[in-house]
Design a protein around this ligand. Structure first.
Ligand SMILES: Nc1ncnc2c1ncn2[C@@H]1O[C@H](COP(=O)(O)OP(=O)(O)OP(=O)(O)O)[C@@H](O)[C@H]1O
Length: 363
């Protein structure tokens, strides 16, 4: 879909673009500007009763070399926000600066080092070989493909595509095509890439390869990535920071660790053969019992007949819980802390059950 965000728009705006090749490399204070700075962006589609405020006064800063995950339920406004950042959709209000350049002032400079893969794919040329595609997209990005041959070799190697370098893309499996899409996005040496569902259609191993490569590119080459995915594991493994959207607004913006610790879902899981219905009823009078699970055949925990209860408890409540269990005559076999995962945070912040998959796609 997004062939090359930079080239698509440059064609249309080439006249005004000529005068703006100078891109600020430093902010007035001397620090280099962030890769992306979105301020007060709003976008409404349609008028009257049908009107939808897809993005509602959103601000977002993405530092260079960081990997930021964008999560949100169906219709939250993620794609519209990304399209506003890419200049594919014109916001009604607000500003977008890319590496310090306001895109309203100078698109050619702003998008010179930006590329995107939207909706899990990109228009690779299926008749061309894998390597020919990389050369083609490097050329489109204004780079002499011979000068980046080494980079292409490395990309093919890291994405485990070397053996297929001379194979036409149409002969590849879906997962391999997906990896070629990513390689094409990176072929021209973009410094900021937007990746929408980059692991869509990948098997577990390929998804792992892609995560590893994204982290390496960010760490070693300073690549900045804005990634949207319904796959919480991918977001957790790859992203420095997670931005959650709901109803057009940002409802959370922090590191995975901070989001987890800020979500009041810490609980403990206690296992014992002494926990029966009466004990559970007693606990429920005083505590928030989240789950009760009896191990009937001894395969899950603690042996046949033992029961695990998950109770929301932290700090002093933990002592109270242990006292209550002792009073009830329960000998504890096992205790573990249950930490909230990203999905818990997502449910908590967006008020949405289930995963963040907006279209019910499977990875
Ligand atoms: N071109 C458009 N015309 C009219 N409404 C639109 C258009 N694009 C998006 N919308 C609406 O704007 C809202 C936000 O959509 P958007 O695609 O940005 O959300 P999203 O978070 O990316 O969700 P999804 O992942 O399901 O696409 C939705 O209500 C959607 O129907």
């Amino acid at each position: 879909m997004a062939r090359s965000a930079a080239s698509d728009r440059d064609d249309a705006r080439s006249d005004e673009a000529r005068s703006d090749d100078a891109r600020p490399s430093e902010e007035p204070g001397g620090a280099s500007p962030p890769a992306l700075a979105v301020e007060g962006v709003s976008k409404r589609f349609r008028d009257g009763e049908e009107s939808v405020l897809a993005v509602d006064d959103v601000g977002l800063t993405v530092e260079r070399g960081s990997v930021v995950g964008l999560l949100g339920p169906n219709g939250a406004g993620k794609t519209t926000l990304i399209k506003c950042a890419l200049g594919i959709v014109l916001p009604d209000a607000g500003s977008v600066r890319v590496f310090g350049t306001d895109v309203g002032d100078g698109r050619r400079a702003a998008y010179a080092d930006v590329d995107a893969m939207l909706e899990g794919a990109r228009n690779d040329y299926w008749r061309l070989t894998v390597r020919e595609n990389l050369r083609y997209f490097a050329t489109i990005a204004g780079v002499d493909p011979d000068s980046v041959r080494g980079r292409h070799d490395r990309l093919l190697d890291r994405l485990e595509l070397t053996e297929k370098a001379d194979t036409p893309v149409r002969e590849l499996s879906r997962g391999m095509k997906q990896k070629v899409s990513l390689a094409s996005v990176l072929a021209g040496g973009a410094e900021l890439v937007f990746l929408d569902e980059p692991t869509l259609g990948l098997d577990v191993e390929s998804s792992r390869t892609l995560r590893r490569e994204l982290r390496r590119l960010a760490r070693e080459e300073g690549l900045t990535v804005v990634l949207s995915s319904h796959d919480m594991d991918v977001v957790e493994a790859v992203c420095d920071r997670v931005v959650m959207m709901a109803n057009g607004r940002i409802v959370a913006d922090d590191t995975v660790a901070a989001l987890r610790s800020g979500t009041e879902r810490d609980a403990v899981r206690v296992v014992s053969a002494d926990i029966d219905d009466a004990v559970v009823a007693t606990l429920e009078e005083r505590f928030d019992v989240r789950a009760v699970e009896t191990d009937r055949d001894g395969r899950d925990h603690g042996g046949a007949g033992s029961t695990a209860v998950e109770v929301a408890a932290a700090g002093d409540e933990l002592y109270d819980l242990m006292d209550a269990l002792r009073e009830a005559g329960v000998t504890v076999e096992d205790v573990e802390t249950v930490r909230p995962d990203l999905e818990d945070v997502f449910v908590d912040r967006t008020g949405t059950e289930g995963d963040a998959n907006p279209r019910g796609r499977s990875p």
